[in-house]
Design a protein around this ligand. Structure first.
Ligand SMILES: C[C@H](O)[C@H](O)[C@H]1CNC2=NC(N)=NC(=O)C2=N1
Length: 180
């Protein structure tokens, strides 16, 4: 009985990637559900290393608690300087609040929810959460900002960089992304 409870608990609790890898290695391969690790990709080494390296550095960092008194919103200039480390993300301002924004077209509604699940696992691990939108059944939009300071902090760029390392081949609409 204890084993059954343990197994149930393992499936439900968010866990760090390393734990997940270890846990996944112990599961019978026959019916292993894809874990978050199946969707994580390390940045491939392209010819041009100009912005592959900084992004992986950013993605290796961890967010600090948003309740920290040392957290302050960064200026728009500071945010612009960090943008080249988070490919595909742009700055937007909504209600006077500076945010990071990115949009994807996914294969279908369920794949959009799968993407949300992958992002949620990172957010829970980091204690830092994005605003998730799934509109017109296959358009995912994600906004990232630090609510406690009503602006952008390093936490937001770390979260965006980690999201950028998700392997999304099976989730994104091939047609839409081929056009990019
Ligand atoms: C107590 C806990 O740190 C806060 O509620 C966290 C949760 N996740 C968060 N996520 C974001 N994006 N901003 C926050 O201010 C924030 N605060």
């Amino acid at each position: 009985m204890i084993r059954a409870v343990t197994v149930q608990a393992r499936l439900l609790l968010p866990r760090s990637y390393a734990c997940q890898a270890q846990a996944a290695s112990r599961w019978p391969l026959v019916s292993r559900k894809p874990s978050l690790l199946d969707y994580l990709q390390l940045p491939e080494h392209h010819g041009d290393m100009s912005n592959a390296y900084p992004t992986s550095e950013l993605a290796k960092k961890s967010c600090v608690p948003c309740s920290s008194k040392d957290l302050h919103p960064m200026s728009e200039d500071s945010a612009k300087k960090l943008l080249d480390q988070v490919n595909g993300w742009e700055l937007t301002t909504e209600g006077g609040i500076l945010k990071l924004h990115r949009a994807w077209k996914v294969k279908n509604f369920v794949k959009g929810l799968e993407l949300f699940q992958l992002v949620a696992a990172i957010a829970e691990e980091e204690g830092h959460h994005p605003d998730l939108h799934l509109v017109g059944w296959n358009n995912v939009k994600i906004d990232v900002w630090t609510h406690s300071v009503r602006g952008l902090t390093d936490n937001d760029f770390i979260l965006a960089a980690k999201i950028n390392h998700l392997k999304l081949e099976g989730i994104l609409s091939k047609r839409a992304n081929a056009q990019k």
